[in-house]
Design a protein around this ligand. Structure first.
Ligand code: PLP
Length: 397
């Protein structure tokens, strides 16, 4: 058998194994008409799967920010930041992000994923144990895997279990410890016990890193995030943010001390060897910050949709992420198809993104949804309950 033939066989076999397990992922293109309204296969669908929590991807003030920046400057030098890609607008945005998060400094990254990779692999070495929540995002898990290649140890603590973490830290054998958690868990919508975690980190001298991908723009005054809402922003050493969710745009950032920022731009490979964001993105995010710092209405609208959905489901929701856990893969896919037929788009989330046996419809809400959209979603969920057992998960502080 030629070597290529062997490759073809392996690719097919790998795909078939996934297909047989009901886990094959496929790509579907949607025709957008607004932030949450699209057309799929000729059918109009209201999306409840996007992370554009404030509807900023279509906010006219944000769009104007993109247009004006591009008209004035074009897209800017196309290069990594350390070569010539870091412009005065990138600098302005980093200063704005640091001011917003109340940290000394901030550093932009191509994505939130690359920010987590860079930070964890840059700060953790053979003198470090990383303590990571078992349901942390894939980018944190991959950052830990990279750090382990430089000798860092990894301890995974049970989900949201601050006392288990404390016990593990007590017997930490390395010089330094890093505790890392999502603030709002991406697939569960529940909240990390940030106050307890910050106290434990302080007591044990552990570096405290939180990923506010789903917390920034959504929680706290001016959308500063869950840590700010809980008044512990200053207890967090490293704030990770993404600009692809609440900002309705693209990119990631780290808000931290100037010393750690300098470490990242020296050691963070996904920062050093990747092209800086184009100015279309930077202009849009600067405008999104202007809006979130001056106008609370989009956030209030989002939270009133959260309340409406919670009231309809009979639960107190803690975040705009509402998982409807069905369990089996095939049944979850069927439920997604069923909702789609009634014009509601909720993507099925299956292992390995979530643990085995917990496949789910991950509903997300946005200020771009009307209250009629949420009513339609509630009707569709009610239809589901006629043939399918599920639990709504979203517990918090
Ligand atoms: C908790 C969390 N961190 C990081 C990321 C990655 O962010 P980005 O999409 O900007 O790469 C995501 C995206 O899904 C996320 O949910």
């Amino acid at each position: 058998m030629s070597p290529k033939k062997d490759w073809n066989h392996w690719v097919e076999k790998t795909l078939q194994t996934r297909r047989d397990a009901g886990l094959l992922r496929t790509l579907e293109s949607v025709k957008p008409s607004s932030a949450v309204h699209v057309e799929v296969d000729g059918r109009r669908v209201v999306l409840f799967s996007s992370n554009d929590y404030l509807g900023f991807s279509e906010d006219e003030r944000v769009i104007r920010g993109v247009q004006e920046t591009v008209e004035k400057y074009g897209l800017g030098p196309r290069s990594s930041p350390l070569i010539c890609g870091h412009t005065s607008l990138h600098q302005e945005l980093e200063e704005r992000l640091a001011g917003w998060k109340r940290t000394e400094s901030a550093l932009l990254f191509p994505t939130g994923f690359s920010a987590n990779l860079a930070v964890i692999s840059a700060v953790a070495n053979s003198d470090t144990t990383i303590f990571s929540d078992e349901l942390n995002h894939a980018s944190i898990i991959d950052g830990c895997t990279l750090a382990r290649r430089s000798g860092a140890r990894l301890k995974v603590y049970p989900h949201r279990d601050a006392s288990a973490l404390e016990k593990m830290l007590r017997v930490c054998e390395t010089k330094r410890a890093l505790v890392v958690t999502d603030s709002v868990f991406s697939m569960d919508g529940d909240l990390a016990p940030l106050v307890e975690l910050s106290e434990i980190c302080e007591e044990h001298g552990a570096l405290f890193m939180i990923d506010e991908a789903h917390g920034s723009f959504v929680f706290g005054k001016h959308g500063r995030g869950l840590a700010a809402a809980l008044s512990i922003g200053d207890k967090v050493d490293i704030h990770i943010g993404t600009l692809s969710k609440g900002a309705g745009n693209h990119g990631g950032f780290v808000a931290t001390t100037t010393a750690i920022k300098t470490l990242l731009l020296n050691l963070g490979r996904s920062y050093i060897y990747s092209t800086a964001a184009p100015l279309s993105v930077i202009g849009g995010i600067l405008a999104a910050l202007d809006v979130v710092e001056s106008d609370e209405e989009p956030r209030q609208r989002l939270w009133s949709r959260v309340e409406q959905l919670g009231d309809g489901l009979g639960v107190k929701l803690k975040s705009p992420i509402v998982p409807i856990v069905i369990g089996g893969e095939a049944e979850t896919m069927k439920a997604a198809r069923n909702l789609r037929e009634s014009g509601i788009g909720v993507t099925a989330i299956r292992p390995p993104t979530v643990p085995d046996g917990t496949s789910r419809l991950r509903v997300t809400l946005s200020a771009a949804h009307s209250s009629e959209d949420v009513d339609r979603l509630l009707d569709a969920i009610d239809g589901l309950s006629k043939w399918c057992d599920f639990t709504v998960k979203n517990k918090g502080l």
